[in-house]
Design a protein around this ligand. Structure first.
Ligand code: GDG
Length: 495
């Protein structure tokens, strides 16, 4: 094709994600009148994709929830968003209680989530989970097909939609479909335990482009396809799979963050903000602050981290009374028993540590379980001397990157698990740990606490450069440029 300037992302972009960018809720004003208010995307990928959608006048398909959501949509579940510009269509799908239980809590989070993170012992192959997962994927695929024009670019997000890409391909005439997989892809020896493995792979091979965070997940995926699907042709070097006459390109696109906005919010959090945090959580002015920020999930290695800290306070008593660990943990998927067990385990471990070492003037571990606004989170990052990321397995881990972007004074130290995708990019300048190796993890925390200011600055400056250069917008450019190339190639090769 011709090259006159950057082509638009797509004329007809259809984005599909489980979570929606905007939710509606009822409020009561002073006069007692019921009004509907809109909640906007708080940050991360959703906030980043919203302006892309506004630019392209596409459709965003997602799970709509609640009466206020239903109140503002038409009979097709559609509403123009955002309210002030009505730039694109948000298409909401209503899920029944059974669908939510089976598709979301069931197959997505009790099968695919543990399976992909290597936890085959946590997977629960309940027949109705799978049935409802198939049913909901079918419904999302139908919604996409209804919204599509002649030449759509369909973009699926994450593991909730393994089957929909193939269904969309079957329903439309040569659509361009891509998918970004936000979690790890396991090796064959783990994946082969899944009874629905073949259908999952076939569903994903409905895509033209399939993205993962890092190269290793791409390799794992190719290997799984190679072993599970006899008729697949694999070009390992080019990352291409041909299956039943259709080609899927598999590529690594490490997701970045909006580093600039984190930097700004962090810079805006001044010394009085630090004093506020310390007084709110009763942390002495001279006490060193270590921080951890996670969704309360068994993949994040929270208990492993607490055990390493316990060992540090035990073997290096000079850190008793001088170092406090702040754990920000947001409750997540708490209808699932494994998550309830984790919550209890985390609380008990913290109590044990605080009982063991705590004094009237010093609490070793501070636990924050309420959601905090982005600006406060950035302040917490900035004024924490050390961040611990100890995931036992994690697709990327954006928290590690956010901490880096918030170090406007270049004086924090990142301790990072080699089991997180982020380690591929940040491992060289962070301090690496294996979350299961408690003794050496504790030593590494000590190394972080004792690091000379020069070394801290050098390491953090290198990390900040990396995170800023590979931010969310660079990621989007890369994804869309690849899609554009593949579409052009497809049009050139002819159908
Ligand atoms: C999946 C993959 C991959 C948390 N608490 C608060 C808050 N957060 C924000 C963080 C961060 C996000 O939530 C968590 O993202 P992570 O990447 O750390 O982890 P997952 O939720 O497991 O995400 C992961 C990611 O998808 C993207 O592809 O990196 O590997 O598992 O942005 O800041 N934000 C605010 N208040 C909180 O209390 N404002």
């Amino acid at each position: 094709g011709g090259t006159d300037g950057p082509p638009p992302v797509a004329d007809d972009l259809i984005l599909v994600s489980n979570r929606q960018p905007y939710t509606h809720s009822y409020e009561h004003d002073d006069a007692g009148e019921r009004t509907i208010s809109v909640n906007r995307p708080a940050g991360g990928l959703t906030a980043g994709l919203d302006p892309v959608m506004q630019e392209t006048d596409g459709t965003w398909v997602a799970w709509g929830d609640g009466e206020a959501d239903a109140d503002v949509t038409d009979e097709n579940g559609e509403v123009r968003m955002p309210p002030e510009s009505e730039a694109y269509t948000l298409k909401r799908l209503w899920l029944s209680e059974e669908e939510v239980e089976g598709y979301y809590y069931g197959y997505s989070n009790r099968v695919l989530w543990p399976l992909c993170h290597g936890g085959t012992m946590k997977t629960e192959y309940v027949e109705r989970f799978w049935q409802r997962y198939q049913q909901v994927n079918e419904r999302f695929a139908e919604a996409v097909a209804e919204s599509a024009s002649d030449d759509p670019l369909v973009w699926f997000q994450d593991y909730h939609f393994t089957l929909a890409p193939r269904a969309v391909r079957d329903a439309l005439d040569d659509p361009f479909i891509m998918h970004f997989w936000h979690i790890t892809w396991p090796g064959w020896d783990t994946f082969r335990a899944c009874p629905q493995g073949q259908q999952l792979l076939e569903g994903l091979l409905g895509n033209d482009l399939l993205g993962f965070h890092v190269e290793r997940y791409c390799e794992n995926f190719l290997d799984c396809v190679d072993r599970a699907l006899e008729d697949a042709f694999i070009d390992e070097e080019g990352g291409r799979i041909n299956y039943e006459g259709h080609t899927t390109t598999v590529r690594a696109f490490p997701l970045g963050i909006d580093a600039e906005s984190i930097r700004e919010e962090s810079a805006a959090a001044d010394a009085s903000f630090e004093a506020d945090i310390r007084s709110t959580y009763d942390i002495g002015a001279d006490t060193t602050m270590i921080v951890g920020v996670d969704r309360l999930d068994y993949t994040k290695g929270i208990v492993e981290r607490l055990e390493a800290l316990e060992r540090l306070w035990e073997t290096e008593p000079e850190y008793q009374g001088t170092v406090t660990y702040v754990q920000k943990a947001s409750e997540s998927r708490s209808l699932i028993p494994d998550y309830q067990d984790l919550q209890q385990n985390v609380r008990e471990t913290i109590e044990r540590i605080n009982d063991r070492f705590g004094t009237p003037d010093w609490q070793p571990v501070v636990y924050i379980d309420e959601f905090i606004p982005q600006s406060e989170l950035c302040g917490l990052y900035r004024y924490s001397d050390v961040m611990l990321v100890s995931a036992v397995r994690d697709g990327m881990n954006l928290v590690a990157k956010e901490y880096v972007a918030a170090q406007v004074d270049d004086d924090g130290v990142l301790v990072l698990s080699d089991q997180a995708g982020a380690h591929e990019e940040l491992g060289e300048h962070a301090l690496t740990i294996n979350p299961y190796d408690t003794e050496s993890f504790a030593d590494t925390i000590q190394q972080a606490l004792a690091m000379a200011p020069d070394e801290r600055r050098d390491r953090m400056a290198a990390l900040r450069e990396q995170v800023a250069a590979h931010d969310l917008y660079a990621w989007m450019d890369d994804v869309f440029a690849t899609a554009r190339d593949l579409r052009e190639q497809r049009d050139h090769d002819g159908g």
